[in-house]
Design a protein around this ligand. Structure first.
Ligand SMILES: [Zn+2]
Ligand SMILES: [Zn+2]
Ligand SMILES: [Zn+2]
Length: 289
């Protein structure tokens, strides 16, 4: 099966609305620098397609995905990690005002499902048969559609839960597995027991991990209260990881805030990360599992 990266930016996208600083001004001048909110496109061994997250930029994400080869559209299912803006704000595109789809399975946790059911603009899509909520069992794997040739396993991950809880998702194909963890509050809360990041990934048998790289360090957001938007910084994660060893999984940083120097491949920060053996997630990359 194939996993295609359809976005690597934090919820606000890049450039971000209202930011007049250099970080976003240069992406407005050169639209090839712009990036979409995190999302993955999954193609099963039976050709079925599935999305992780429902972003408002789904039209552009569809454009990117379909430019890479034959695409069975609409997708059979969506799986949602949590209810923050960029992960769910495109759900309405499935409804009558836009694509007018029907019977699209939306896999999510019980708390996400409760939120969707009590939000009028989403509830109406259930009543009209546009979406069908499928609540996952928070510990075991599920097949997003029968015969797709891969499974998804939700892993609970602590992250500001004002609206819903949050899950990382493990996608397991026939030969390899990929972890998608765009948001977390801190490593100390995510890592259960006395394990480090690499041990934790090994325990879950992960070959490729796409993890929260929102901020390079907190100096980027000196005008915001970091307790409002906690994420481990990339500098902290690199300190915990050290230099990549031969048998370590691939780690790709994603969910980048507009202020993050990792958007620029030639920045000193990007060079440092790559020199340690780790990677920056790229839109349009395809992983074969
Ligand atoms: Zn997010
Ligand atoms: Zn900016
Ligand atoms: Zn979030």
């Amino acid at each position: 099966m194939e996993v295609t990266v359809l976005g690597i930016a934090q919820d606000g996208g890049y450039p971000q609305v209202g930011c007049l600083k250099d970080c976003c001004a240069k992406a407005r001048d050169d639209p090839t620098l712009s990036r979409m909110p995190v999302s993955l496109g999954l193609k099963g061994t039976d050709g079925s397609t599935h999305m992780i997250e429902a972003s408002r930029m789904m039209s552009e994400q569809f454009g990117l995905w379909s430019s890479l080869g034959n695409l069975d559209w609409p997708p059979s299912s969506f799986s949602l990690t949590h209810a923050h803006l960029g992960h769910i704000d495109g759900l309405g595109l499935l409804g009558r005002e836009v694509m007018g789809l029907s019977g699209i399975k939306v896999h999510c946790s019980e708390s996400m499902s409760a939120l969707i059911q009590k939000t009028p603009s989403w509830e109406i899509m259930i009543d009209q048969g546009v979406i069908e909520l499928v609540i996952w069992n928070s510990t075991g794997p599920f097949e997003p559609s029968e015969g797709c040739g891969f499974t998804i396993t939700p892993i609970p991950v602590p992250h500001r839960s004002e609206l819903s809880d949050n899950h990382a998702l493990i996608i397991r194909g026939g030969t390899r597995s990929l972890l998608f963890m765009p948001d977390q509050d801190s490593w100390s809360e995510t890592l259960v027991g006395d394990v480090d990041i690499l041990q934790w990934l090994r325990q879950m048998d992960i070959d490729i991990a796409l993890i929260d790289g929102t901020f390079w360090d907190y100096s980027e957001i000196s005008n915001r209260d970091v307790t409002e938007i906690p994420h481990p910084t990339v500098t902290e994660t690199l300190r915990r990881l050290g230099i990549k060893g031969d048998k370590d999984p691939e780690i790709h940083f994603t969910h980048l805030n507009h202020t993050n120097p990792l958007f620029d491949e030639r920045s000193l920060q990007s060079e440092k990360l790559v020199s340690m053996g780790w990677e920056i997630c790229k839109e349009g990359s395809v992983f074969y599992l």
